[in-house]
Design a protein. Sequence first.
Lengths: 320, 373
Amino acid sequence: MDLFIQLLDTTVRLSVPLLLAALAGLYSERSGIFDIGLEGKMLGGAFGAAAVASLTGSAWLGLVTGIGVAMVLAMIHAFASITARGNQIVSGVAINFIAAGLAVLLGQSWFGLGGQTPQLPNSARFTPIELPFAEALSGVPVLGPIYSDLISGHNVLVYFAFVMVPVTWWVLFRTRFGLRLRAVGENPAAVDTAGISVVWARYRALMITGVLCGVAGSYLAVAQSAGFGRDMTAGKGFIALAALIFAKWKPVNVMFAALLFGFLEALDIRFQGVEIPGIGAIPVQLMQALPYILTVVLLAGFIGKAIPPKAGGVPYVKER
Amino acid sequence: MKNELPKWADYGLIPLMNLAVAFLVSGLVVLFVGENPIEAARLMIRGSLGYGEGIGFTLFHATNFIFTGLAVAVAFHCGLFNIGGEGQAYIGGLGAAVVALAFDRIVPWWITFPIAIAASALFGALWALIPAWLQAKRGSHVVITTIMFNFIASSLMVYLLTGLLRPQGSMAPQTRTFEAGGQIPKLDFMMDWFGLDIGGAPLNLSFLVALVAAFLVWVLIWRTRFGYELRTMGTNPTAAIYAGIPPVKTIVVTMLISGALAGMMALNPVMGEQARVELDFVAGAGFVGIAVALMGRSHPVGIVIAAILFGMLYQGGAELAFDMPNISRDMIIVIQGLVILFAGALEHMFRPTLIGFFQILSIRFSSSSKEAA
């Protein structure tokens, strides 16, 4: 039981960056803008957050900077793919390169630690929060440990990520803004005919993408770890993209996909090299590749069908 | 006046303008970290073209980018975006390694080499097969599936290099070093013709293979029936299908050729430089291929030029990192990203302005010629 709760606890921690980045991608792709630059935005956000947190000693200022950096990168992507009508995939690739290069280049030039930022003290990080009565209720069988170990004791960004799931659902499916956002992703010409600006709707969607990627990056650098390291996102942006597709572009599914991929990672860490009777040790690399393999299997149409937003990837040209 | 540019402006001026802006912004980055951008540019040009060894390294890097650039371009012409060059090249390395490991002790290099070319191409093509088939049959977006396959390739290669391919008693995740029969000879004699000393640069025969591949791609795309079908499919799939061009076959074969080209890239680092397969030997060349194909306007001649330019960037950047303490090798990645951004994603940025400029020019010109008459 203890082991199981520990495993789930690790799952939650590991799935938070995936969840945030996948939700970020959800806003972008639902508005018709493909985004393979989630990785770069996250990395840029992580570097900004760690650099400022170490200079000011404040995790919150770090978070604000992380969001700012990711936002700037998101706006470059927006300008390239909405205003300049460029290729969205190419723009995403460019952002991944620029973020990966600049973060280490600037890190080396500012801190001289080979691209890392200095180790952050706990005061400059987001530390775990004890929810009320966690201590008192820990004695209650079954529910006690779940509440005190699994639900309580995470940092504020973890709760933010999970709160964003219903919020995203509500924004996308219950507000006028969300309706328009989804509409520009399906049929921008119709939205335009109704007198609503396609360009502005898409820009707003990408702003949210920037914010969420920034939070995801900050989580990596100033909550989960204590500082920025070279290539610290390590493909998480792409796993998030896989999770988004796996979830068929739906907010609640995105949460479950992120948790599933986080769980695979947690299993991988926990049971590395452990022999399973009858099968033998499962190679670490297979576990690491599993999210991608599952997504390809899904895309192949063997587990339901993933249909992307119709207008995704196509720059909108207003009729004259 | 149509909304079009003269050809020389479209193929020459626009890429040059985009490149200039990319370098300008890179210069600002250099300035920002406190170094002199003009001095940096001078160091990069001297480091990449100033002496025999530098040129050797430049062309060595260019070899990789010609292959991956051609891979992206072939798919582009069919309207497909093969972003999986990275993984296909990695698996292509496996093909080259299998051949080299099997034959290097028995036969001379000129027997191993052609077999290794075929094997690397075959392995690269096979790695593109599933994404190709899924795109053609199931309509799954080839961009997404090839990204996924890059990561799967990476995991697979780590698994093999730490296990099966690792020689006994060695801790390093790499194959054993190939004997002479598994190595591609250097092109030092060719550099000698120009009176240049290749030094330690690993420029090898696969550079010539890359040039031959570029020529063959030109023949394929503009001089064969399949090339015509491929371009038709890329320009207008509906018309292509109506004209009786088989869509599934065209897409799958195009992707196989693309994957094969990416796979052959592995020959250069694996058999030409390190004489073994190391972790991550592709090192982003698959993605650079995207930039190379975009800048080269998907034409083999343009791709060779753009690949040499990126080769200069890699070699010059390495020299730069050596000479300027504040600039690490990551500057190359930044410049690369900026080139991809300005020459790729923002390629149309200057087009409207330029079209306007040419319109004004032509109106002036026609009115003044009227006055003269």
